[in-house]
Design a binder for this molecule. Structure first.
Ligand code: ATP
Length: 367
């Protein structure tokens, strides 16, 4: 098993810095996802690890061996890095059977026929495709083609698996199912994996750690729950879902532990404590994040406990989404989004209270 280390990695295209100062360590057996909006530099980062793109700054190591170092002029070509790759247009070859598609990387490497047979059948059973070895590739469903692409990437026992939006050609249901299956295979093999997606829920569901990128730079690296609940800046907070981002002024700040401070703030129609990662001086403005699923609706004028924050407002919109209902509340200080139970009794125009537990509020520096 191998690790992947990027140190101050950058890639310029002429004057344009597509990727800057990327420091990242993917541990052995770990599943790490590069996530961010279109154009943020995730594909370029993956391609530099793959050796399909040369970094113009910094150093990349795989399995403790430097494969690219801009300063020292080292560049190990892609085919000598022993990487398995699955890309968006995973292009399994239509004129070949499933067996021949998976065998291809071994044939290129001139492995003996008996070894090819054994490795291909082992890999096909890993992705539960052993019964379909003789099937021509065009006679496969999208999900089955996907599994063939994964098998083909795994068959020569690569050190690291690199995937760029491998599920994006599938419909929503199959994407979910294939994602879960792929995660199970990756866990079983303990394969070090670097994955690229712009789909936040896919990144959350699959990864041990998520790397949020924006404009060529890493914004935050952490476990999915950590990034979702404790973003360190407004860009990361806003990237996941549709959080309520409320301005508030800091009145006091005290350290809780190495990773959190407690703030007393006065905000838009409310006052109360919330937590943040960094110390903030009294008088400064912060953005308090409240996720729509952490807010509930109560009747107008309801009392709240000391552990809760409250706003008064009026229902402006309700949208039925199946498992829940999105409700927009107009408060004196702007709109508030809430995910409410699907079958509650809400009507546009109702006067209501919005209630949020204090520990569900988290502050980030206002940019
Ligand atoms: P997407 O999700 O749309 O694929 P991405 O986050 O993977 O986006 P990249 O493909 O890494 O983004 O591109 C990052 C930036 O670098 C973009 O602005 C892109 O236009 C630019 N870029 C990528 N490749 C080249 C190139 N060969 N020449 C010039 N600019 C490039």
């Amino acid at each position: 098993m191998s690790n992947v280390v990027l140190e101050k990695v950058g890639r310029n295209f002429g004057e344009f810095a597509a990727v800057s100062e990327v420091d990242l360590r993917v541990n052995e057996g770990e599943f790490v996802t590069l996530l961010g909006p279109s154009g943020c530099g995730k594909t370029t980062t993956l391609r530099m690890v793959a050796g399909l793109e040369q970094n113009t700054a910094g150093r990349i190591s795989i399995d403790n061996e430097v494969v690219s170092d801009a300063a020292r002029g080292i560049f190990v070509p892609s085919e000598r890095r022993r990487l398995g790759m699955v890309f968006q247009s995973y292009a399994i070859w239509p004129h070949m059977t499933v067996f021949e598609n998976v065998a291809y990387p071994l044939r290129v490497r001139r492995r003996p026929a008996a070894e090819i047979r054994e490795l291909v059948s082992k890999t096909l059973s890993l992705v539960e495709m052993e019964g379909l070895a003789d099937r021509p590739a065009p006679a496969l469903s999208g999900g089955q083609q996907q599994r063939v692409a994964i098998a083909r990437a795994l068959v020569f026992e690569p050190k690291v698996l690199l995937l760029d939006e491998p599920l994006s050609n599938l419909d929503a249901k199959l994407r979910l199912q294939m994602g879960d299956e792929f995660r199970a295979i990756q866990r079983r093999l303990g394969m070090t994996t670097l994955y690229v997606t712009h789909d936040q829920s896919e990144a959350m569901a699959l990864s041990d750690r998520v790397v949020v990128m924006d404009r060529g730079r890493i914004q935050q690296v952490g476990a999915p729950e950590e990034i979702y609940r404790y973003p360190t800046n407004r860009t990361v907070a806003a990237f996941f879902g549709t959080p309520n981002l409320l301005d508030a002024e800091v009145e006091a700040c005290a350290r809780i532990d190495a990773r959190r401070v407690r703030l007393e703030v006065v905000g838009q129609g409310w006052r109360g404590p919330c937590e943040a990662a960094d110390e903030v001086q009294p008088g400064q403005t912060v953005t308090v994040m409240v996720r729509p699923e952490d807010a509930r609706i109560a009747s107008a004028g309801s009392g709240v406990s000391e552990q809760e924050l409250k706003w008064s407002g009026r229902i402006a919109q309700t949208i039925f989404r199946g498992p829940n209902r999105s409700i927009v509340i107009e408060t004196g200080n702007g709109l508030f989004n809430i995910d409410a139970p699907a079958f509650g009794n809400y009507s546009v125009g109702d006067n209501v209270s919005v209630i949020v537990a204090q520990q569900a509020a988290w502050a980030v520096p206002s940019q």
